[in-house]
Design a protein around this ligand. Sequence first.
Ligand code: ME8
Length: 650
Amino acid sequence: MSQENTFFITTPIYYPSDKLHIGHTYCTVATDSFARYKRLRGYDVMFLTGTDEHGQKIEEKAKEAGVTPKQFVDHIVEGEGGILDLWKLMNVSNDRFIRTTDDYHVESVQRIFRKMYDNGDIYKGKYSGMYCTPCESFWTESQLVDGKCPDCGREVKYAEEEAYFFRLSKYAQPVKELLLSGEFLQPMSRVNEMIKNFIDPGLEDLCVSRTSFSWGIPVDFDPGHVVYVWIDALTNYITALGYMNDKYDDYEKYWPAVHIVGKEIVRFHSIIWPAMLMSLGLPLPKKVYGHGWLLIDGGKMSKSKGNVADPYLLAERYGVDALRFFLLRTFPFGSDGNFSNELLINCINADLANDLGNLVSRTTAMVKKYFGGKLPMEQEADDAMDAELISMAGGLHAAYAEQMDKFQPQNAIGEIFKVLSRANKYIDENAPWLLVKDESKKPRLARVLYNLLETIRICGGLLVPFMPDTSAEIAKRLNTAAVDWDSLTKFGVLAADTEVVIGDALFPRIDAKKELEELEAIHAAQMAAKAAAENHFVPVRENVSVDDFYKADLRVCKILAVEKVKKSDKLLKFTLDDGSGSDRQILSGMQPFYPDPQILVGKKVLAILNLPTRKMAGEPSNGMLLSAEKDDTVKLTLVDDAIPTGAQLS
Ligand code: ME8
């Protein structure tokens, strides 16, 4: 089975039923930090994420949108601003991305289903029970809460159908033993939850096929049935390694995995999944970690409540690293946490601008000012005043590793920040600005600055799982490439005559009051746009004569530049090449619909040019860009690159 130095870690595969929000981002970024940490420790890591694309909910959503289910999921997964784009933006270092509609997965699931059928663990029966359509779950009467779905609180309805069942009941005892053994499921509180709520009341066999919808993997020996969600979804963790398919050959090398999942799907991962693996005769996962939820105003985020935080917007405003850091620094991984913009801004100001950013700027600036940027070789030996800082920085890796090995990024970051704040205090204790006044104290000054640079090197290196770009930038400022684990376990690695690189503030301070007001305004505008879209109706337009239509000078223009209009939450300012030889400026209310407008640069759009100049937010606009609107989305009508700029529509 898996080799000594390999490490396989997974996120849940997310439903591409809508755009992902900060909650999904939280889980993926946390898992990314564990993957990066293990790589730093020298492991050969396989980090898997992906999408769970079948099921009734997706089928219904696609129908509403008037497209096929595959078109629907393709758009959400691969489309502009979709799931792949989000993980790229968030600097997620997954090695593989599985889509459950991938051919190899479909074939593997059919083989797995057949294998479990052949060994007698899947049988045909009839299912009746209370069914929650949005959650695609049958519930027993005792599981309902006030007669409603215990997961989402919505109405359930009685349903009955012929179905295949998995003999989950057969595995109740070994699964209970697994849950009680060692540290399979964490945090420990979830173990009691599982045993009390699911195992002890008696595990029922699990319905694993459906005949009521068709968007799923067909049971190849009984075509009216499609494989129902969990056998399709959970097996992704092994099919993505090549189990029962020829696409990959990594199963032997990497399995078993550590699964990082949200608390609401711990049941599936710690009971059903191990039972399925037992049925298949495969080794069980190393660990399931059930993390908490990010809440807004104490409630779970939901698109329908309109209280979701948009990772695109936040990453764009504060930077990807700041957002990643905030998520992992602020919320204890195993518990729920209340997300707020205020917490985010305070975290950036206190930890990143102050404690980290200032320390880097101050220290490098002093090396520059007092020694022209390069420390001299003549340095005094360390004295008693240095001992605490040196032992804290030199020993940091151990305390940090202990926390990361327990999947506690918040505490690992906390350890780093203890050292950073000790370093800030060390500056005050040693008052370099006084040492510099006395020439004989220069060797001492050099030693003080060296100790600070070393502390920054170690802390910056250990920040790599959380803020990969910032960590690299810090190494650059210290003129060092040394971010391997070994070098982070020792104090005194940096050359004595290190030459620093001066740069901009790593994290500029944010004016919290102003920023919060702006975020409020953006949120209000988004809510208004959503409400408008909900009340939207397509106006009946009067017939227009061909002559009238031809009065409009409609042309293909190329976007040369785009920027946000300062005084507006909605307007983007486009500089266009309209083929006339001089640039044209058009303003358009596209800001809410393009969180990253720079992706538009170089694209070709349609514009009406012969409109009178209008002033919008103090800026002139010469024409109008054509856009198309459906439901709550508005997009510019882009045209094929092969059509020349300036071409007129006829
Ligand atoms: O459950 N706070 O997919 P899903 C923190 N397809 N994490 C959150 C969150 C929040 N508010 N909201 C979502 C599914 N998450 C299945 C999984 S796995 C074989 C199949 C995260 O799109 C959290 O990790 O509903 C949660 O478990 C996951 O997204 C659910 O994503």
